[in-house]
Design a protein around this ligand. Structure first.
Ligand code: HEM
Length: 384
């Protein structure tokens, strides 16, 4: 009964020093671990900038595999705000009735497929299909596109090793180039066409800008959503009474989703480039080096969260930073929340019983820290 227990590896360092250190491809990173420091740095974009060379604020760094700037993620205010203004209404569409109905159908069907199998590998046979099919709704493209994305597998953007793999990344980049060209030739009502028709300060977005937005939409919402779904399934397999409790108290489903995002923190951390000599936790940080905002460590800060290492699905005050904080807070959060809420509703409605058969943990190596972020494999039985 411990597959869904995610131990906090940052506890000692967070209490004793407030920061950790790791090397990433010979470019060191100082990890900020306390909730207040993470929020302060996320807000202070003038000192902790996202506007580095493309790929540098990501850990592990992607500078060797891409030149395209991901937008709005690798842009600082005020330009960042211009991009967010055009993207915000589109990324709120998951709140629409029709979107929610279609999402529920996707999740119900994925679950139905599991009932007829003796065993389901959750990542490849449940989470990835749901994530991919749901993404067709967010991009407003034909449902059939999801087939291609499912065939890419889980590691299209990520290699097993330290550095990222350029060949794998180019599958996605070439695909996006082609899709933008198709939308130029045949405009429709998908995200590509909306962006092609958009102007900022009287100027059309360039193809490179559009590519940067779409890459991020694919990459930002892939592993994160897959881990969130998979970890949630592991949790309810080991805590069936919590599912029963949610059935009795459906009004706390939204709290439950926030708590699962806090506890599992599907995105461990994200970097920033330091623009001037500064300090954090009395530690000197030099200009041009990198820090990371460790959402996962901040989300277990006992100064903010009572019983931080316990999942309390009805937690009321929950200022977690699982979706980031301040300017760059997650643009896909409405979509991700809607997926998780719907997943819980469907699990409850179908009275699902989940049994874990075996699993293989996915451990991130972050210098001295080893963090479980999810699973490489999770075999379960889904039964009604
Ligand atoms: C930003 C987490 C799902 C798109 C972020 C940030 C975090 C995060 C922590 C802040 C990054 C920073 O400050 O540098 C998550 C988690 C998710 C999730 C935990 C799932 C449970 C998604 C989805 C999409 C998405 C589904 C889109 C399909 C983005 C974008 C940004 C972002 C575009 C950048 C926003 C900006 O720079 O203004 N996400 N994300 N995310 N996320 Fe997500």
């Amino acid at each position: 009964m411990n597959q869904s227990e995610f131990i906090d590896p940052f506890n000692k360092a967070r209490i004793e020093k407030g920061f950790g250190e790791m090397d990433d491809q010979n470019d060191p990173v100082v990890m900020l671990l306390r909730h207040k420091d993470v929020r302060k740095a996320a807000h202070d974009w003038k000192t902790f900038s996202s506007n580095a060379v493309p790929g540098r604020i990501v850990v592990p760094s992607e500078v060797n595999i891409r030149d395209t700037r991901q937008i709005p993620f690798e842009v600082d205010p005020p330009m960042h705000g211009d991009y967010r203004k055009i993207l915000a209404p589109w990324f709120k569409r998951p709140l629409e009735d029709n979107y929610q109905k279609r999402l529920e159908k996707i999740i119900r069907e994925a679950l139905k497929e599991t009932f007829i199998k003796p065993s389901t590998e959750v990542i490849s046979e449940f989470a990835l299909p749901i994530q991919s099919r749901a993404l067709t709704l967010l991009l407003n493209v034909p449902y059939s596109e999801a087939k291609k994305w499912i065939l890419w597998g889980t590691h299209v953007f990520r290699s097993e090793g330290e550095a990222l793999d350029k060949d794998k990344a180019s599958i996605l980049y070439d695909y996006i180039d082609e899709e933008i060209d198709k939308a130029i030739a045949n405009p429709s009502n998908d995200l590509y066409s909306m962006l092609l028709a958009t102007e900022i300060n009287g100027e059309k977005l360039t193809k490179e800008e559009i590519k940067g937005i779409i890459i991020l939409t694919f990459a930002g919402g892939r592993d994160t959503v897959i881990n969130a779904i998979t970890n949630t399934i592991a949790y309810f397999a080991e805590h069936p009474s919590s599912l029963a409790m949610l059935k009795e108290n459906p009004e706390i489903i939204n709290n439950a989703v926030e708590e699962l995002v806090r506890y599992f923190s599907p995105l461990t951390h994200m970097g920033r480039e330091v623009t001037k000599n500064t300090t954090a936790c009395e530690h000197a940080i030099k200009a041009d080096t990198r820090v990371s905002l460790c959402w996962a460590a901040a989300n277990r800060d006992e100064n903010v969260f009572e019983d931080a290492n316990t999942v309390k699905l009805d937690r009321k005050l929950n200022p977690h930073v699982g979706f980031g904080f301040s300017h760059h807070n997650c643009l896909g959060a409405t979509h991700a929340r809607q997926i998780l809420r719907t997943l819980l509703k469907v699990l409850i409605a179908e009275n699902v019983f989940i049994k874990i058969e075996n699993s293989e943990e996915n451990i991130e190596e972050l210098g001295d820290f080893k963090r479980k972020v999810g699973f490489n494999k999770l075999h379960v039985q889904f039964r009604k």
